[in-house]
Design a protein around this ligand. Structure first.
Ligand code: HEC
Length: 308
């Protein structure tokens, strides 16, 4: 992380891809004119644009790999990341293959339906890749955007109403909780600096309800994945992990997990009720309290488990 004035490694990729985005229309246009007019000159324009674009796309792809590895991907953003990588690889491979095919043999190569069709197909892959990367990963999720918590505040990848009812595991539940929490935080923030709106309250109520569902799953199913007597330093142990001071009952990690799950669910209900009443002050207060549950449970169970 730097002070914000130096170019960052992770933003080289989104900057470089604009070369390809800028020349794709030129490639398609040049081949279309070359075919219509049987023009060698226009075919040449298309070929040179294709070679330049293919070369620069390889550089952009290399920086894309750097971004992929250097960014921390907050749980729940992987869906769009994987699609972007998949389409990106398909785009670059097909573009490079096309460039080589056009470079084969000597002398000018005529442009027919096949060339134009191939250029259009490659261009379409580029557009889809660019839409996912730009719209979904940067503008919507905020990956690499410091003001968006480097993706931590990304809303759900799919509308909350379309995701299946049951989480598949604790991690999946966390991904849902994080995404819904991100949507609540960003919606509250934009209403605070702009003005409270019905749509915003409705979105907050919907995401809070999603957290309530995930919390009740966590309290019942998720807690079972926490070994009841696992060797985790429960918070109520005494100094240095010794026996608790005095006669305080020691909570097992599973009980700690259940307690925080219940706290998360109760607070989410309070957020939903505040949003349903369109009470912005209560939304601000309760959504702040929501983070207490993340902090408390992660401090007691998630981070303590890893060596710290
Ligand atoms: C009841 C306890 C509990 C609460 C409450 C909780 N978490 Fe977690 N969280 C965990 C545990 C335990 C893990 C580690 C899961 C694992 O690695 O299998 C975790 C992991 C995560 C992860 C990483 C998932 C991954 O892919 O590795 C994210 C993101 C996350 N939590 C977000 C949140 C947010 C945001 C909140 C609050 C709105 C929250 N959590 C509240 C217990 C909790």
């Amino acid at each position: 992380m730097n002070d914000g004035y130096l170019p960052r490694l992770v933003t080289a990729h989104p900057a470089l891809v604009h070369f390809a985005l800028g020349t794709l229309p030129l490639i398609v246009l040049a081949y279309a004119v070359a075919r219509a007019r049987r023009s060698e000159r226009w075919a040449f324009v298309g070929d040179v644009s294709t070679w330049v674009t293919a070369s620069l796309s390889l550089v952009a792809a290399a920086f894309g790999l750097a971004s992929l590895l250097a960014l921390r991907w907050p749980g729940g953003v992987e869906r769009w990341r994987n699609l972007h990588v998949g389409f990106g690889v398909a785009f670059v491979l097909s573009l490079v293959t096309f460039a080589f095919a056009r470079a084969r043999g000597r002398g000018p190569r005529p442009v027919g339906n096949r060339t134009l069709g191939a250029a259009l197909a490659v261009g379409a892959l580029g557009v889809v890749t660019g839409w996912i990367g730009g719209e979904q990963l940067v503008f919507r999720a905020g990956m690499g955007v410091a003001a968006a918590g480097d993706g931590a505040l990304a809303p759900p990848a799919l509308p909350t109403s379309t995701t299946s009812a049951e989480p598949t595991g604790t991690k999946d539940a966390m991904h849902r909780v994080r995404a819904s929490w991100g949507a609540i935080v960003t919606t509250t923030a934009s209403m605070l600096v702009d003005r409270p709106q019905g749509e915003g309250f409705a979105a907050i109520a919907r995401e809070a309800a999603a957290i309530e569902r995930a919390s009740s799953w966590l309290a019942h199913e998720g807690a079972r994945s926490i070994a009841p007597d696992a060797d985790m330093s429960a918070p109520s142990k005494g100094v240095g992990g010794g026996p608790p001071a005095g006669e305080v009952a020691v909570e097992t990690p599973r009980q700690v997990f259940e307690r925080w799950s219940a706290e998360l669910g109760d607070t989410a209900r309070a957020v939903r009720e505040a949003a349903e009443e369109r009470n912005i002050e209560a939304v601000a207060k309760t959504s702040g309290r929501l983070q207490t549950a993340c902090a408390g449970c992660h401090d007691d169970l998630r981070w303590k488990r890893a060596s710290r």
